[in-house]
Structures are given as C-alpha cells and as structure tokens.
Write a protein that binds this ligand. Sequence first.
Ligand code: FA5
Length: 338
Amino acid sequence: LRQQGLEQIKAAANLEELNQIRIKYLGKKGPINQALRQMKTVTAEQRPQIGALANTVRDDLQTAITQTKDQLNQKQLAVQLAQETIDVTLPGRPRALGTAHVITQVMDDIEHLFISLGYQVIPGPEVEEDHYNFEMMNLPKDHPARDMQDTFYITNEILLRTQTSPMQARVMEQYDFSQGPLKMISPGKVYRRDTDDATHSHQFNQIEGLVIDQHITMADLKGTLELVARHVFGQERQIRLRPSYFPFTEPSVEVDVSCFACGGQGCRICKYTGWIEVLGAGMVHPNVLVNCGIDPQVYGGFAFGLGPDRFAMLKYGINDIRELYANDVRFLEQFQGE
Ligand code: FA5
C-alpha cells in the first residue's frame, strides 16, 4: 500500500490530482483509517505493531504529498511567470490623440493676439436677458433693428443670445476706470433663427471686442482690425471697410475679406460679390455708454464683433460652414493644429 501510494503521489500531474490521491489514501474512508478503526478486532500483542505500521505509512504518505505539492506549486508559478512576462522590446501601440476643433484653434489664435495687446478675456452667458442682449445695446422693445437678428426666445425676457455684444454692457456697467482703460474681448457661442446655408449657421461663434478710454478714435479701430485680419489671413489677403449700421455703434462699419474661393471674381460661396463679411464694428454709441453709467463727454471707444467660423472658412478654404458642425472625423483630422 505504501509503495503504491508513493508512486501515485509522484505521478500526480497537478494539484487537483494530488488532492484526489490524498483523499483516497488518507481520507476518512481510506485504507489507513479503516485499518486503525479495526484495531479492536486484533489481539493485544499485535495492536502496537499494526498501529505503529499504520502511523508510519500515513506519515510517509503525508510527507510525500507535502513535497509533491510544493513542487507542483512551484511549477505552476514558473509557468505563470513565463506567460506573464512583458516583452519590453515590442514597439508601443500608438494612442489616437484628438486635437482641438478647427474653430477652437482659430479662436485661440485670435485670443492670444489680443492677450498680447493687453486685453482681458471675459466669457459670458449663452442664455441671456433681453435687457442685455437688446435694451442695454440701444435696442428698445419696438426697435425695427431687432429684426436684423432673428431670435430664439425662451420666455418673454430670456433668450439665447444673438450676439456677444451684451457682454459690452455687462462689463461696462461694472468697470472701474480708476484701473485704467477698458480693453476686453469676449468669445463664445451665439444663436439665431437663420436658415442654414453655406455661410450661415443657426449656432455660430463670435468674439466681441471693446476698448473704452479717453481720446479713442476710428483710426484705433481700423488699425486694430487690420492687425487681426493680417495676423489670421496673412498680408496678401485684401480687406475692405464698408459703412454699415448697428444700433449700438455710430459710425458703424462692416469688414469684408476677399473670397478665398474665387479670389474676388464672384462665385456661389460669396453670393457673387467677391467678398465675405467677417465682422461688424464701430464707435460705441453714446446711448450705450449712458445706459452703463459712463459719461460720453469723457469716455468713448470702439467695439467689434467678429465671426471665427467665417475666419476659419476663409483661412482654410472651407466652402461650407456646415462642415464645421457635422463632426465628420475625416474632415476634422485635416486640422491638426501647430
Ligand atoms: C453683430 O452681431 C454685431 N453684434 C457685431 C458688432 C459688435 C457690431 C460690436 C458693432 C460693434 P452681425 O450680425 O453682422 O453683427 O454679425 C457679426 C459677424 O458674425 C458677421 O460678420 C459674421 O462673421 C458672423 N455671423 C453672423 N451671422 C452668422 C451666421 N448665421 N453664421 C455664421 N456667422 C455669422
């Protein structure tokens, strides 16, 4: 029995098999325990001999089992270690890294330019009050120019801002001129009930600009706008200022950049004018200053609202504004940034 047991233990291929062998020989119903249980049937002289023999066999088998168990455990560990080794010489798997959206890239670029000119960047709410979006901007309730910007109203008084201009009022009414001149830009999303087409979207971006100080002139405005246009589009692109109308500026201008698609000849994208309008601007209207508690006899300045979506289109030759909002990765991947 001992010999047979030892051989089987040695041959055990794994821990499970070894456990079965242990139960077979050393278990309650195993031959050794059975022999010990039958001790009462043997004579008193034989008892110590048989008892001693049974104990030795049990101890030998137990020792062999413990040894084999250790060996099997080590073997298993070795196999596991071999399987789990990391091959540090394998080439790494590249992770797909996203990039900033092309509009964000254009906006960041313009923001950095203005920061370098000493402007503050002040974001504002997209859900806005009629009071700031229109009334403070010299557009009372019955003003016909409200029709220039078809509005998404939420309630009578609350709306999705149609322009970033309300930030002019929000900043001016808080501003303390003992700090020096006010120079700020306010970037963000705006919303209009415009019908989407190649150059119009119902949701787009604007960057508002505002400078208020003593002795600011139209020449300061023109110089600043030229700087922006040349910074974004390069020296070679043509620019024109057109007299225009906004209720919150007087005089007002619109700035056009020559069409990238036809080089100014006229095509479908520029509606056969050769130009694409990119921003509105002007000298802040005295009524707006008064609304914000600023004396127009002492302070004055300029404001502008530019469209980064249109800037992005002109800069990269994107011929449909809807591409910017379709989230087609094949389109977006073309603009990896610097
Ligand atoms: C305004 O929104 C004025 N608040 C701008 C302004 C600010 C004037 C400060 C004077 C002083 P306008 O509606 O023209 O103006 O829009 C400004 C710019 O936003 C446009 O030149 C154009 O670049 C962009 N824009 C206007 N509508 C859309 C649209 N539907 N989709 C994409 N861009 C648009």
